[in-house]
Design a binder for this molecule. Sequence first.
Ligand SMILES: NC(=O)c1ccc[n+]([C@@H]2O[C@H](COP(=O)([O-])OP(=O)(O)OC[C@H]3O[C@@H](n4cnc5c(N)ncnc54)[C@H](O)[C@@H]3O)[C@@H](O)[C@H]2O)c1
Length: 449
Amino acid sequence: MEDEMRVAVVGQGYVGVTGAVSLARQGHQVYGIEYAPGRLRSLVDGRAPVTEPGLQQELTLAMETGRLRFTDRIGDTHRRQPFDIVLITVGTPPNEDGSADLSQVHAVLGEVAALLPAPYVVLKSTVPPGTSEALLAAYPHIRQHYAYNPEFLNQGSALDDWTSPSRIVAGVGSAAVAPVLRELYGAPACPWVVTTPTSAEMAKYTSNTFLALKISFSNEIARLCTTSQVNVDDVMRAAGCDPRIGHAFLQPGLGFGDSCLPKDTAALQRWAAGRGIATPLLDAVIAINRGQPQLILDTLQAELGGDLSSSEVAVLGARYEPWSDDMRAAPSHAVIPLLLSATAGVRVWEPAMKAEQIEEVFHGVRACPDVRTALRGARAAVVLTEWPELIEADWAALATELRAPAVLVDGKNCLPPERMACLPLAYRSTGNRLTAPADSSAVRPTPSP
Ligand SMILES: NC(=O)c1ccc[n+]([C@@H]2O[C@H](COP(=O)([O-])OP(=O)(O)OC[C@H]3O[C@@H](n4cnc5c(N)ncnc54)[C@H](O)[C@@H]3O)[C@@H](O)[C@H]2O)c1
């Protein structure tokens, strides 16, 4: 095992708490620094403040070893016993115009740059190219100890991604910092890209915008499949088998709506616009994504004869992903208001939220305790989250709850199409998923990726 280091991780959101727990598990002495009182209290009491598979158990174990503690006082803790290294994992949320709000980063950097003796400073938050150089111009004395080291973890597999990253990108202020990062991370078996801070910042945006591009591209192809006898699932499976393309993120549906891709694509677009650089491809990626919620409404209107003002619609799921409670840019925030403006009533079933929460977040809807109640008497149902309860449901029984002629719009393309085809309702998805070969029994099905 690598030598033990004394580490502060400033900002205990999805990235910070995952990092703090993982570094403590590696054997470092870790302080999670969090300034939001409610979140800090929860951490000090041993409760994970975000939902992430395995996080609660690992947090409990790490705290029991005494290697993980939480505080809001980085200065006092450093004075008592200095940190070797400070990781900064604070938020960089979008401003109104889409640019990245760097106020949390600026505030922390100011505090960390004043610590004596000077620790290594590693910024992990996603920031636009040039941010590190601007910070280093304001605090030149930290350059020798500074790195920009973007984080690539995915919510849902955050702990595994931290422990076994696909690559480590280190944008270093000086050559002395790379060995310190290797010691911190215990040299995981993955490629290292050691570069300048600005290149590392651009590398993070490049990765996220490319993932967003794959999703918007899939949605564009899916629209072509909708209007012809083309099965979009087969098309994507065939294209993804090419290792140059790959299956990941080749998923038509509601578009990207996690906490990173919408904000990072918008921030890069704003960054380029501020420099007078055109981004036609990025603009299209974002425009396609923004149009996906409207497709749900268009489909309902086409199926239910244009006017929805006397129709009740059941929304099934409001989270972007079942395994994450991060709702920051979930498509439900766009789809539900569109439905409310067009239909008689919207009922929402979301098993991870309490009824009061649902009705507070989505003003004007009626929360339902189960799928059956949500469907009862509605003309349409819209699936916004791939909850296992929906995929495995007895749809033959559930379909009878809807008022005929009914429509089921599968916004996540997650329900089994062969079972949906037999139901007494119109099953609609993003792209056509129902077209099958003339003699499908002769074709051995290939498992989906
Ligand atoms: N969430 C992800 O999946 C993910 C993945 C990769 C990269 N990132 C990037 O990592 C960064 C962090 O993301 P997140 O989702 O964890 O953010 P978050 O908003 O969930 O968490 C940030 C935390 O920092 C705390 N904070 C802010 N200023 C502070 C200060 N001065 N002192 C102490 N605590 C402070 C906030 O209270 C909050 O708890 C962002 O830049 C994001 O783009 C996120």
